[in-house]
Ligand binder design. Structure first.
Ligand SMILES: Cc1cc2nc3c(=O)[nH]c(=O)nc-3n(C[C@H](O)[C@H](O)[C@H](O)COP(=O)(O)OP(=O)(O)OC[C@H]3O[C@@H](n4cnc5c(N)ncnc54)[C@H](O)[C@@H]3O)c2cc1C
Length: 398
């Protein structure tokens, strides 16, 4: 894949230079744009050009591809510390259903270093095959090498459907892969199904602030690619007697693919556990009264071994960072226990947590809508209730 400039069409307007995020990747020579070897083929310039002068060379070749060549459902296997992310297990479970409906195989795409053992779990959750790319360069997730390896795998094996978790990593590189392969990507799906007539993947996601559900199709390009929100698909009961085939793949990574070096990895502390992976979440809303009181939320979360979340009101006020936000424009979570403290229960908050197994609401207003979804309601001032609960749980759990 390469980006080419048709210098006859180029009018030298410079819009592509403004759109390019990589300094020196496009330069002006004799009044027209020229791509240099600093280009990483992100494609930002292609859309910016009003003169039809810039295009993906592969895009030209791929138009009119033979769709029948593309077979199989793939799931990107996200993992950290030799543990597969929950969302991957959910997607393998969902992918199994899609693959069965299509009469095609399900494969996990496992990129990493020294993680071949994780293939077993992929098979237990329904995979028939695991494509494994192993090298020290993949020791930590890194945008460039992962994008390059995944794109090369797709070019070689031509899958029909590719699914990624809508996590930081999945969102980061799925879009890049889609651009390299010249196909579409539906971000943040909450529902997937196969159209019985056409065999196309229905990629459904909320649109217009959650007011409509949009179903998006990729009829003319392959693979059909989607990122899917964690905690919306149900996991299968794993079958550890299942087995499958491991296919090793050597991807070609060049210096151009290494966009940055990872110097240090700072681990999550109990206070910053990833909300999407947590079994217990204690969330604070505007009712906490100010950032100086958020420690009440963190301390109860710490005692329970859970994560601390927040409503958007708290995030918008700058009391806590956005990564803690639960809801429609934050994280979708489904922990075993969700404790909502000083949160009114607006529909947009509920959208992100109402599938939790057990919901406890602490609110001083007995009419607060959060009580309608709560399994247990505590009508109290959280400044009194939270220290009391913290001490009681400490006694019980110590
Ligand atoms: C497009 C869009 C997307 C949105 N996305 C999200 C989202 O992702 N997540 C989200 O959370 N919101 C989201 N919102 C905002 C949402 O509509 C609400 O405004 C927000 O959830 C309210 O936050 P809150 O419950 O903390 O605050 P409030 O609605 O102000 O509620 C505070 C609650 O605390 C209670 N309280 C006050 N003092 C105490 C006390 N001492 N002890 C106990 N209880 C007390 C009050 O009775 C009240 O019920 C979105 C809105 C829009 C329009």
């Amino acid at each position: 894949m390469a980006i080419s400039i048709n210098r006859d069409n180029c009018v030298g307007c410079g819009l592509c230079l403004d759109s390019c995020p990589y300094p020196g990747a496009i330069v002006m020579e004799d009044g027209t744009a020229v791509i240099t070897d600093k280009c990483v083929e992100c494609g930002a310039c292609v859309d910016s050009c009003n003169a039809d002068a810039i295009e993906f060379e592969e895009a030209k070749r791929e138009t009119g591809i033979s769709l029948e060549q593309y077979k199989g459902v793939w799931v990107f296997v996200e993992h950290r510390k030799r543990r597969i992310a929950n969302v991957t297990l959910e997607l393998l479970s969902e992918g199994r259903k899609l693959a069965d409906q299509l009469g095609q195989e399900l494969a996990g795409i496992l990129i990493g270093h020294g993680v071949e053992g994780l293939a077993k779990e992929c098979f237990a959750y329904g995979a028939d095959k695991v494509y494994h790319v192993d090298d020290a360069v993949y020791s930590h997730y890194s945008t460039g090498p992962y994008t390059a390896a995944f794109s090369q795998l797709i070019r070689k094996y031509k899958p029909n459907i590719v699914l990624f978790g809508a996590t930081h990593d999945g969102r980061d590189f799925a879009a890049r892969v889609a651009v390299r392969i010249y196909t579409g990507l539906t971000a943040d799906c909450t529902e997937l199904s196969i159209d019985t007539e056409t065999g196309l993947l229905n990629q459904t996601r909320p649109a217009f602030g959650g007011n409509v559900m949009a179903t998006i199709l990729t009829p003319e390009h392959r693979p059909q690619m989607a990122t899917v929100r964690p905690n919306v698909m149900k996991k299968l009961v794993p079958d550890y007697d299942r087995n499958g085939e491991i296919i090793k793949f050597d991807a070609q990574i060049t210096d151009k693919d290494i966009l940055y070096q990872i110097k240090e990895v700072i681990e999550h502390t109990a206070k910053t556990i990833n909300l999407e992976e947590a079994d217990i979440i204690v969330s604070g809303g505007r009712g906490i009264g100010g950032p100086e009181h958020y420690h009440l939320i963190e301390e109860l979360a710490e005692v329970l071994g859970g994560a601390a979340g927040a409503s958007r009101a708290v995030v918008d006020a700058g009391w806590v960072p956005h990564y803690r936000q639960v809801g429609q424009t934050g994280k979708t979570v489904a922990p075993k226990l969700y404790i909502a403290c000083g949160i009114s229960g607006a529909i947009q908050h509920l959208a992100g947590m109402q599938t939790s197994d057990f919901i406890v609401a602490i609110n001083k207003d007995p009419e607060a809508p959060i009580f309608r979804v709560a399994n247990l309601g505590i009508c109290a001032d959280l400044h009194k209730a939270l220290p009391y609960l913290k001490e009681r749980f400490k006694e019980i759990l110590d």
